[in-house]
Design a binder for this molecule. Structure first.
Ligand code: SF4
Ligand code: SF4
Length: 205
């Protein structure tokens, strides 16, 4: 090819590309829907009454190939209960500067406490902000849930939670939580159902 033809051939490539379908994605103005089983940000799930599913066993941390998870478990007490069993995850952190979103941690979790969401916008300019704490990872509260700490559903055992027998917070749970925080029982009572017990002094079983 002569020196004269070279630039013409180069523009030929440009000319052909002008009529091809554009592949540019208009992110973040237009966000693509992810696949249903997309591996995004993690979530720590709750039982239907609001108690936490995490038992602080650290299996997820041991399964993680990137050493991205840090867990510290602690004992529940009758006065301060976060999960139905003996132990709960007191400290839970995932470092998204390390995480490769492989999902091995969610496979290792024995209680399905840890799952992954479809949220993928995890970029940040600060390493500190990329360490997500338990408060950030814990699932929000549905209508029938009450935030921890609170007692397990009266008459139920830890196993009953996994059998699906607990479907909502027991009547009066809001009152127990409020009383344990030192709030006025009247204030607490206004948020409860009509079946709540007369005394809200008992916290835990
Ligand atoms: S998704 Fe993979 S890399 Fe990320 S925390 Fe879980 S096991 Fe570790
Ligand atoms: S998320 Fe699951 S595997 Fe990890 S500490 Fe909690 S219960 Fe154990």
């Amino acid at each position: 090819m002569s020196d004269f033809q070279n630039p013409v051939a180069g523009f030929g490539v440009t000319f052909k590309a002008m009529f091809k379908k554009r592949l540019t994605e208009q992110y973040p103005e237009q966000k693509k829907t992810t696949a249903p089983r997309f591996h995004g940000r993690h979530q720590l799930n709750r039982h239907p009454d609001g108690l936490e599913k995490c038992v602080g066993c650290e299996l997820c941390a041991w399964a993680c190939p990137a050493d991205a998870i840090y867990v510290e478990g602690a004992d529940n007490t009758d006065e301060e209960r976060y999960s139905p069993g003996e132990r709960y995850g007191r400290v839970y952190q995932i470092n998204y500067a390390r995480c490769i979103l492989c999902g091995l941690c969610i496979e290792a979790c024995p209680t399905r406490a840890l799952t992954m969401t479809n949220e993928f916008e995890l970029a940040d300019s600060s390493r500190e902000n990329l360490i997500y704490t338990k408060e950030q990872l814990l699932a929000g509260l549905d209508e029938q849930m009450v935030d921890t700490p609170h007692a397990i559903f009266p008459g139920m055992t830890e196993q009953d939670y996994y059998r699906g027998l607990v479907t909502e917070a027991a009547p009066g749970t809001e009152r127990q939580v409020a009383v344990s925080k030192g709030e006025e029982p009247q204030e607490a009572a206004s948020t409860t159902g009509e079946n709540e017990p007369a005394s809200g002094k008992v916290v835990g079983r």
